[in-house]
Design a binder for this molecule. Structure first.
Ligand SMILES: Cc1cc2nc3c(=O)[nH]c(=O)nc-3n(C[C@H](O)[C@H](O)[C@H](O)COP(=O)(O)OP(=O)(O)OC[C@H]3O[C@@H](n4cnc5c(N)ncnc54)[C@H](O)[C@@H]3O)c2cc1C
Length: 379
């Protein structure tokens, strides 16, 4: 994969920032489930909130390959921090970047690029997870406003967010084609964000319920075409899955480095455990899974960048990479023995953080369904 000199330089700068500023605070972020405000401020100054926003609105305008390269760097560091930035610059920004009217882009993107306004993506509901077409949140036109009612759950970044992309049913007789997307601001009457959920991992990135009760949204805040919201969400998720998989590559690489280092240092039975074939095989599997994942991720990213249909390839990249990451994290705990189970080592944090990647942005089972449907040529 060829990256421009500018993107390579940015990647190095981001790696230095993550190693020098984020990594030393990782334990604190995990323990407190909070990203220190000074880190958020540094991320703003580095332009990290604007990675995918066009330059004319103050962003860096990375393409999908550049975004994947940066996600790899974030994955090596702290998952909560990676999620705050990755979710904002990914599924939560992409709708306005790609489908926003000039007025919407001019109003929202400059403040999203600086991180003054954080964004979130609101699709999931209690009865509509893997099958979001079952959503019940409704949007009814009244005069020059849409009135939204419903509840979205597990919404990442919502406790911090100012800008909410909300999918809602505008015509329930039309199924998927009756769903539309709206830009909702935190201060619009009727929007309420619940308390931060306690989670297994991904600490520092916050997830909450978003309720809409007679929420008043100006008609000009319809995002994209009426009735196209479901397809728009799937498109955002397709790109989101590739960049999430790229983040997993960084996690796998870092976990492997830590495991190799530990295997060389730790002695048992009078020699380094790295000399035992049982340990070598676990390391070999990690290297194999990482390389295979990287090939799948960048194949999918390049296809999307060329504008090709890549539904199956994206699903393969998301499925294989997230499963490989979980097996890698499991091997790493095993190689580390008892210390791998202790919170003082980073490995147990990677192990907990890895687990979510097989669930959100489409579970592993849903990715298998997408691959099989593509083989069988069924919709
Ligand atoms: C930490 C976190 C952050 C999240 N962030 C966001 C966010 O920012 N925005 C947002 O909109 N959503 C978000 N989500 C929601 C996430 O995308 C859903 O949790 C996920 O899609 C799965 O939906 P579900 O939890 O309802 O599980 P379910 O759909 O109920 O699935 C339960 C099990 O059944 C399986 N299953 C379901 N359907 C089928 C089928 N047809 N065939 C075979 N197996 C099936 C699933 O694979 C899974 O194993 C987040 C979730 C979490 C946990």
């Amino acid at each position: 994969m060829e990256l421009s000199p500018e993107v390579q330089a940015l990647r190095q700068e981001v790696r230095r920032f993550l190693e020098n500023e984020v990594e030393p605070r990782s334990r604190q972020i995990d323990d407190e489930d909070r990203i220190p405000q000074e880190l958020v401020q540094m991320a703003r100054e580095l332009g990290l909130f604007g990675l995918t926003i066009p330059e004319q609105y103050g962003g860096v305008d990375l393409d999908l390959l550049g975004k994947c390269a940066l996600e790899e760097e974030f994955g090596r560091s702290n998952y909560g921090f990676a999620t705050l930035i990755g979710n904002h610059t990914g599924i939560s920004c992409s709708g306005i970047v790609e489908l926003g009217t000039d007025a919407q882009r001019s109003k929202y993107l400059p403040r999203m690029a600086t991180g003054q306004w954080v964004a979130c993506f609101c699709l999931t509901e209690a009865q509509a997870g893997s099958d979001p077409s079952r959503m019940r949140t409704s949007a009814v036109k009244k005069g020059d406003q849409w009135i939204l009612n419903g509840e979205k759950i597990y919404i990442t970044n919502s406790p911090e967010a100012q800008v909410f992309t909300v999918m809602a049913v505008t015509d329930k007789t039309k199924g998927n084609r009756g769903i539309s997307a709206f830009i909702v601001e935190r201060d619009f009457p009727g929007l309420k964000v619940g308390p931060n959920e306690k989670k297994m991992g991904m600490h520092g990135a916050h997830t909450a319920t978003v309720s809409l009760t007679e929420c008043e949204v100006p008609e000009q805040n319809l995002l994209g075409e009426e009735g196209r919201g479901y397809m728009q969400a799937l498109q955002a998720l397709t790109r989101g899955r590739v960049t999430l998989a790229a983040r997993c590559l960084g996690m796998m690489e870092r976990i492997m480095e830590l495991s190799v280092g530990y295997a060389k240092l730790r002695e048992q039975g009078g020699k380094a455990i790295a000399e035992y074939q049982a340990i070598q095989w676990m390391l070999a599997d990690m290297a194999l899974w990482l390389d295979a994942s990287r090939l799948l991720v960048y194949r999918a990213a390049e296809m999307l960048k060329r504008g090709e249909r890549a539904t199956k390839e994206v699903a393969m990249a998301k499925l294989f990479t997230t499963e490989a990451l979980n097996k890698t994290a499991d091997n790493a705990v095993q190689i580390h023995g008892g210390i791998g189970y202790m919170c003082e080592a980073q490995i147990e944090r990677f192990y907990r953080d890895a687990r979510i990647t097989r669930i959100y942005e489409g579970t592993s089972e849903i990715q298998r369904i997408i691959i099989a449907r593509s083989l069988l040529d069924v919709a």
